[in-house]
Design a protein around this ligand. Structure first.
Ligand code: NAI
Ligand code: OAA
Length: 353
């Protein structure tokens, strides 16, 4: 083990022995998702350090949360005076809900603004906390995760096991809607419906119970794939899903934290680099019949990140078609993210281009 790596592992062991939890950071903490997500993280007694960063309002959000009598010490920082650097120092789990939400229309519209925000934040993480687990919520997830990966590659600190696209809201929705259909509303946490593919429209496909009739199945698939539209429409120009996303982000972050602390057998769908588990990737690639750099499948989590990427396994004909439909769009989304960063780096090298 290299010296730096050994030092980092020892530092982590010492911190946990002293009762500290993995240092948890929210970037974009003053936003519609960021605030309720930070609140939920503050209620988790396993979290002892919670650092919040945004371009506005984080001192207020942190002061507010700090009055809640749970162990987490909360700090809120803004960009001046190296606020991002200070926030990220010692970070082990970084959740990113920073960025612009969708107005009625297409999710990909967000790309230009959010790509720049995510690239800058990823640069901060790669520089200050290169070993952190990065949980990307900012949309479009299928492109922002490749952006983070490219930035980490550029800084020579890329570890595909530690970068996650948060697709948990699809899982939360799928479980809720299926529980309703099978006549068990309220039992959603027990109804496990993994989401595979990616996050958005046809890129997310969902293995569903065989017992669901074809027409119900089709309507259900559409509702899960385009669940975000339902909320955007109802909010009528006031943004997209925030509260359910905060719940979903909290659920996924907790799984990551439990895995970091050594709990075994934690599995959750997430949009990850297939390089994180070459053996799993080989099986998945065969099933997909296409080479994708990133894909959302069930992922087993461990103290160093991705342990195993699960194959799709036995899926029905209908589900196979959904996966097939997801692949071309995923390829495009991934390329969009990667190309964005590579072009930006080219521009930085040759400012006249
Ligand atoms: N992955 C998923 O399933 C979902 C993703 N989203 C995405 O999450 C993102 C955030 O959504 P909302 O919270 O509703 O938006 P919001 O506008 O309410 O909050 C975003 C926050 O990011 C902050 N921000 C902007 N630039 C920043 C920077 N450079 N550094 C730090 N903070 C910065 C803003 O000041 C704001 O407080 C959007 O991109 C949205 O599309 C939303 C729902 C589901
Ligand atoms: O639809 C959006 O823009 C927000 C989102 O990703 C979702 O709700 O799934």
């Amino acid at each position: 083990m290299a010296r730096l790596e050994r030092g980092w592992v020892l530092w982590r062991i010492r911190r946990w022995a002293a009762g500290c939890s993995p240092g948890t950071v929210v970037l974009g903490a003053a936003g519609g998702i960021g605030q309720p997500l930070s609140l939920l993280l503050k209620t988790n007694p396993a979290i002892t350090e919670l650092a919040l960063f945004d371009i506005v309002n984080t001192p207020g959000v942190a002061a507010d949360l700090s009055h809640i009598a749970t162990p987490a010490k909360v700090v809120g920082r803004l960009p001046p005076n190296d606020g991002l650097k200070e926030t990220l120092t010692g970070a082990e789990v970084v959740v990113i809900p920073a960025g612009v939400p969708r107005k009625p229309g297409l999710r990909d519209d967000l790309f230009k603004i959010n790509a720049g925000i995510v690239k800058d934040l990823a640069t901060g993480i790669a520089t200050v906390a290169p070993k952190a687990f990065v949980l990307v919520i900012s949309n479009p997830v299928n492109s922002t995760v490749p952006i983070v990966a490219e930035v980490f590659k550029k800084h020579g600190v890329y570890d595909p096991k530690r970068i996650f696209g948060v697709t948990t809201l699809d899982v939360v929705r799928a479980s809720t809607f299926v529980a309703e259909i099978i006549g068990k509303p309220g039992s959603a946490p027990d109804v496990v419906v993994p989401v595979i593919g990616g996050h958005s429209g046809v890129t997310s496909s969902h293995p569903l119970p065989d017992s669901i009739a074809k027409d119900t199945f089709d309507a259900l698939v559409k509702r899960i794939q385009f669940g975000g539209d339902e909320v955007v429409k109802a909010k009528d120009g006031a943004g997209s899903a925030t509260l359910s996303m905060a719940y979903a982000g909290f659920e996924f972050a907790n799984k990551v934290i439990r895995a970091i602390k050594g709990e075994k057998g934690i599995v959750a769908p997430s949009f990850v680099a297939l390089k994180a588990d070459p053996a799993g990737a080989e099986a998945l690639t065969k099933e997909l019949g296409a080479e994708l750099e990133f894909f959302s499948s069930n992922v087993e989590l461990g103290p160093e990140g991705v342990v195993k990427i699960h194959p799709l396994g036995k899926i029905t004909q209908g589900e196979t078609e959904l996966v097939k439909a997801a692949v071309p769009e995923l390829l495009t989304n991934i390329k969009t993210g990667t190309t964005y960063v590579l072009e930006k780096y080219e521009e930085e090298k040759n400012p006249k281009l």
